[in-house]
Design a protein around this ligand. Structure first.
Ligand code: MRU
Length: 350
């Protein structure tokens, strides 16, 4: 288990693994203010949908770190608005901030110290629930794979993208303990190389045999019969099952379809956005052109070239074989099955 951050109670701060330095350096940042947390999210020092949500929740707590004459409720709400501006696509960010907003609303009169404790409790609950979700996702995901299979994955959806267990990587990380041997092909994931820099690093640490390929090799690898399935995480799943994930995911889904391979999405229920009807309504983050033209400090494109750099794409539900959640494996038609999943959870909570 590799968590992306630790709440440091003594110092009242977040110790956060700077993911931009992986895999060469495991450097931990000391995050003491919501502004520093916002910078860390924006600059991808913490990344991956569930991890962003958890980090933002702790960021709200940090707003109440010192003493201040301002109303603590007002301070917390303003911080929530500020953190909501950091990245647009991963819905876990807004889901976690919403929980923090509800926690503030439930305590309109309490003192700064009391609100601080309540918000810390909520952030810890969000993190703990995600950890439990990861454990369950892994177990449900494993039911789809047999001993000896090889899966292809894209971007990063392991421990540091979540609270420690991962989403798409959860079955792979759990497999060894259950006596199931799985292997992985890992897409490098242009332009920021989350696959080679984070996924390959995490699988290596966990002892899961992994082979790195560049994104453009995926079709060839499938054609050669080297993979049995594709599994990816998600940044936002719309109510009809359309799924936003790292740019290049849609291409993989089309390729998987062309080669009759199952295409699985693995994500906690906090990634399903029932307020977004379909993929067309998902805001896709566009990032700086330098990520493409100056990969890791070296210029690799002519000066002034036009660049389009969307960070995510949307895979239509029709290309998804199943969505693995902590409550089980959901199959098409997702418009209906995701709703049943939600209604069952609501009923169970009552
Ligand atoms: O831009 P990033 O690195 O935050 O994008 C991450 C992804 O797209 C992941 O695949 C997704 O968040 C799944 S996280 C378990």
């Amino acid at each position: 288990m590799i968590p992306p951050l630790h709440w440091n109670d003594e110092a009242f701060r977040v110790d956060l693994l700077d993911q931009t330095r992986l895999p060469v350096e495991e450097h931990w940042l000391e995050i003491e203010t919501p502004e520093a947390m916002a910078e860390a999210i924006r600059m991808l020092r913490v990344r991956g949908a569930p991890a962003i949500g958890i980090a933002a929740a702790y960021g709200v707590v940090l707003a109440l770190r010192g003493e201040d004459a301002a109303s603590p409720q007002q301070t917390a709400l303003e911080t929530i608005e500020m953190l909501a501006q950091t990245r647009p696509t991963a819905v876990n960010l807004f889901w976690a901030l919403n929980r923090m907003r509800e926690a503030v609303a439930a305590h309109p009169e309490v003192s700064r110290g009391a609100l601080r404790n309540r918000l810390l409790e909520e952030a810890r609950a969000i993190e703990a629930e995600d950890r439990e979700a990861g454990r369950r996702l892994g177990a449900h995901g494993l039911t789809l794979f047999e001993d000896g299979m090889t899966v292809l994955t894209h971007c990063h959806a392991g421990g540091v993208a979540t609270s420690g267990f991962g989403t798409a990587l959860a079955p792979l990380l759990l497999a060894g303990d259950r006596g199931v041997r799985l292997r992985a092909y890992v897409d490098e994931t242009r332009p920021l190389l989350q696959g080679s820099r984070i996924t390959a690093w995490e699988l290596g640490r966990a002892g899961v045999p992994a082979t790195l390929i560049t994104d453009s090799m995926a079709g060839h690898v499938m054609q050669q019969g080297r993979v049995d399935a594709v599994i990816v995480g998600a940044d936002r799943i719309a109510a009809n099952g359309d799924t936003a994930n790292k740019i290049g995911t849609y291409t993989l889904a089309v390729l998987a379809h062309a080669h009759s391979l199952p295409f699985y999405v693995s994500a906690p229920v906090s990634t399903i956005d029932f307020d977004t009807p379909d993929g067309a309504a998902i805001v896709i983050e566009e990032r700086a052109s330098r990520e493409v033209t100056h990969g890791f400090g070296r210029q690799t494109a002519p000066d002034g070239v036009a660049v389009y750099n969307p960070a995510f794409d949307v895979t239509p539900a029709r290309l998804i074989t199943a969505i693995i959640t902590e409550h089980g494996v959901v199959r098409p038609p997702f418009e209906a099955t995701l709703r049943v999943l939600r209604d069952e959870r609501v009923a169970a909570a009552q």
